[in-house]
Design a protein. Sequence first.
Length: 390
Amino acid sequence: MAETKIFIFDTTLRDGEQVPGCKLDAKQKIEIALELERLGVDIIEAGFPISSPGDFRAVEAIAKAVKTSVVCGLSRAVEADIQRAAEALKHAKRPRIHTGIGTSPTHIQHKFRSNAEEIIERAVKAVKFAKKFVEDVEFYAEDAGRTDNEYLARVLEAVVAAGATVLNIPDTTGYCMPDEYGAKIRYLVENVKGIHKVVISTHCHNDLGMATANSIAGIQNGARQIECTINGIGERAGNTALEEVVMIMRQHSSLGFYTDINTRMLNPISALVSDRMGMPVQPNKAIVGANAFAHSSGIHQDGVIKHRETYEIIDPEEVGVDHSKIVLTARSGRSAIAYRAKNIGYDLTKDELDRVYELFLEIADLRKEVKDDDLHEIIGQVRGKGRAAV
Ligand code: KIV
Ligand code: ZN
């Protein structure tokens, strides 16, 4: 029985939208925010209000429109940013300011030309300033993945004392291995005074394809919020994919975690985000790719037709897909042909099926996929009627 709720923090409209080519206008951002709320997302990161007047207006409009989810605005550890975020969130029912600063040696030396102590001071000052506007303040330690754990613990202890309610531990560059990231979260749980009063959040990038694994390692070690995006979009190789972490928790109920996500909306919302952003979903993408429930080799098709679970661990309906797809290719076998023929209205005899299969293979070797129309033609020829009557 899953007992521990994991908060889903969606950053499609901030980390996702900052990707080249993914920009949305305010109307599209509101449309997606409302769908995210219906999906059951706990926190919607609506944008980075100081980044442009357009983004400010979009965050403001989302703050007004969203009723139940927390609406969050990003800022740097800079007073003007925080003030702008607070203004944009003024009408939110449940506002959150997300502020923070880089804590890794690279960020401290090269980005800020600063030193470790000064970074702690700036972090604390930012959290205290944000607390003047809202109760709910999330602090991010940018590049926490490459930050020394002892120093990270000192930064976090200071911001918890300053009033931070959520601690975000980003693996900004997607560098960490899952055991390393998990151990980092565990270290913080065990070494930061006051950490039990706040929520620890994961924010993993996918540069080495480990964002999902790292997020799961994070919650297994004490994090209770996952930051993620629809379709895994986000800077460079992207962020943790919402649909993946949600379905991992659901399929592996023995982990003991649950979310409030309505999984039947996962495919529709994936299509919506992809359409509005003009960002296609790779066909082999887990859960939401066009091939996620498609079977094309004869061995797999035969297995799925006999018993779906032979090759599927998720019921497609559970994630908003009508049914599994049997795709006819040169690797398909007789049982797939019989199955598809039946779907389009033909009950083939064994002899007919043998002849249809022979003709099918000739066509299939020339094409990537044999469609229903082609199958009609083939069956028509075998039955000696041109296109066959169904
Ligand atoms: O990847 C990152 O570190 C971020 C922070 C701004 C939260 O997106
Ligand atoms: Zn990020």
